[in-house]
Design a protein around this ligand. Structure first.
Ligand SMILES: Nc1ncnc2c1ncn2[C@@H]1O[C@H](COP(=O)(O)OP(=O)(O)OP(=O)(O)O)[C@@H](O)[C@H]1O
Ligand SMILES: N[C@@H](CCO)C(=O)O
Length: 331
């Protein structure tokens, strides 16, 4: 982060800007073979952050609406990633700006589709628009990943924040400072299904805080390499054969009622791959077209219904757009 601040030229507040609204999409992290390294954006679902300039220099979270309210999510600027990210950005650049923050949550809490990352990305994109010369997304991404680290027990993993910012399917080389590449998404589609359970990332990370053997590490590395090569070569046969998570899935799936049945159903229906989305409870299945993805999503919802769980379904391509500014008003 310090390196990044040095690289950014002196920046100033544009006193004419009164209001900004930004949106960032939900995301699915890990992509089965890329724990903490890979993720993709979803279309049509995400968080929206509205910022309005205040007469004083305070940061105030005024409202949380949509799927969550202030009963489930903190209004405290230091506890809510939106407030924390904006505060750090303003402090790092010695900017003095008071803002009322309103957060419209489209992503449920602890769902495995990157709610905190979407909020962090929308917040940093929105505050950036108050500058005379807004910075590029590449100069903002470390702030969004910082937001994520606050709720992940201090661990920096950009596998939700990077696709939420840039869209598409991404592969990280480093999360602090952020370095990543955009992977070919081969027109693949995903059925992302979120059963009505709540899993906190911090808790799900404790389950995998165990030693892995070198044999397991080598076997998983081979799978990961095969998937990356399959994406570049457009080889769906190789992709389907190697889309396997041998490290994390066996340890975390116990938290998701009906996981094995959902996986079996998706494979029976011809999915190219299946896995836990982020730290769960969301799961995802990959298909080569939207119709197949829709059929699989419906069937996965039924599997969770058999477990007594309602579930939300999202159908998306793997090349969905990243975060964006959706409104900006001058004084
Ligand atoms: N604006 C925010 N939106 C969502 N969660 C927030 C926000 N600010 C702080 N949090 C905290 O972050 C935690 C939720 O993060 P969690 O990692 O469980 O969900 P997630 O981001 O949906 O997960 P995943 O990264 O697996 O998709 C909660 O403890 C919540 O209080
Ligand atoms: N890579 C992270 C994503 C969840 O935020 C994990 O699985 O713990």
């Amino acid at each position: 982060m310090d390196e990044m601040i040095k690289r950014i030229k002196k920046i100033k507040i544009n006193e004419k800007i009164a209001k900004v609204t930004a949106f960032a999409p939900a995301t699915s992290a890990n992509f089965a073979v890329g724990f903490d390294l890979m993720g993709f954006a979803l279309s049509g679902v995400g968080d929206t952050v509205h910022l309005q300039k205040r007469d004083d220099k305070q940061l105030v979270i005024k409202q949380i609406c949509g799927l969550l309210t202030d009963k489930e999510l903190s209004l405290d600027v230091d506890q809510n990633v939106c407030g924390a990210v904006i505060k750090k950005f303003l402090q790092d650049h010695q900017l003095s700006l008071g803002l009322d923050i309103s957060i419209e949550k489209g992503i449920p809490l602890g769902s495995g589709i990157g709610g905190s990352a979407a909020s962090s990305v929308a917040a940093i994109l929105a505050v950036n628009e108050f500058l005379v010369e807004p910075l590029a997304k590449e100069q903002l991404i470390d702030y969004a990943i910082y937001g994520e680290s606050l709720i992940s027990g201090g661990v920096y993993h950009g596998d939700n924040a990077v696709p939420a910012m840039f869209g598409g399917l991404v592969l990280l080389q480093n999360s602090k400072p952020c370095e990543f590449i955009q992977l070919p998404s081969l027109d693949l589609c995903a059925s992302v299904v979120v059963p009505n359970l709540k899993i906190e990332t911090k808790e799900a990370r404790k389950l995998i805080d165990v030693p892995f053997t070198i044999k397991e590490f080598v076997a998983q590395s081979a799978k990961t390499a095969a998937i990356i090569s399959a994406l570049y070569e457009g080889d769906l046969v190789r992709f389907k054969k190697h889309f396997v998570d041998m490290l994390i899935e066996p340890k975390r799936k116990v938290l998701i009622n009906g996981f094995d049945q959902a996986k079996q159903k998706a494979i029976e229906l011809g999915a190219l791959g299946f896995g836990i989305s982020g730290s769960g409870p969301a799961v995802f299945a990959l298909s080569s077209n939207k119709d197949a993805a829709a059929v699989i999503a419906n069937e996965l919802v039924k599997v969770f219904a058999n477990e007594g769980l309602s579930a939300e379904k999202y159908i998306t391509s793997l090349s969905a757009k990243g975060g964006q500014i959706i409104a900006k008003e001058e004084v």
